[in-house]
Design a protein around this ligand. Sequence first.
Ligand code: ATP
Length: 226
Amino acid sequence: MLEFRNVTASIGIIEILRDLNFRIEPAETLALIGRNGAGKTTLLRTIMGFTRVTGELLFDGKPLTPVAPPKRPGLGIGYSPEDRRLFSAFTVEENILLPADAARLGSAETKRRLDKVYDILPELKEMAGRPAGNVSGGQGKMVALARALMLGTKLVMLDEPFQGLAPALALRYADALRALRDSDRSITLIITESNPSLLRGFASRTLVIERGEVGEGSLDPERKSA
Ligand code: ATP
């Protein structure tokens, strides 16, 4: 579903990711772990098209590099950045609908996807009309997840989703991810984390990123690579 062949990604003149060679298979739940500053966010931003890339990056077997960044969500890629980037004056529902509007999904498809999102995150339906600026930080993370799910029909990428969540909300967030997995087994999930223990029992595979290089790893504390 996603393949990196000798990919190097730079921001300006600074090379952040070096010589990446790996594949992500459909329906995997991938934990991307690494210390702060290791390059996790840059990897997700590279898939969204926000870095300068050399090498080959394939999505569904086709080169992704020629696809302009604003067109990539339309391929079925949903992205929830680490900072939620909600529009505080817009309602919760308007924030969730923004990517669907931008991708011109059409009203029937938008409603179908919104219903599915509310099935997974019913608490958002109850706060749909509230300005996003009036919800808590944890609830805002749920809104950002919902927004990513609107377009992420093939690939959903979540950047440090548990960061700053109170324990009860972190559990709720993990439940929502399980409900997503149950609702659609074919979606590929990439979740970055600096604390590997949060993804134990959830991820089907682990990649470790260290100083801009990616290798196979494990969330199991007994095994050295994580
Ligand atoms: P964190 O958990 O702190 O977000 P991360 O693993 O996501 O860490 P990145 O944000 O991808 O790491 O950063 C990787 C490296 O790239 C860091 O050394 C960072 O300083 C550098 N970097 C990130 N953005 C830029 C930028 N716009 N210009 C220059 N260097 C950058």
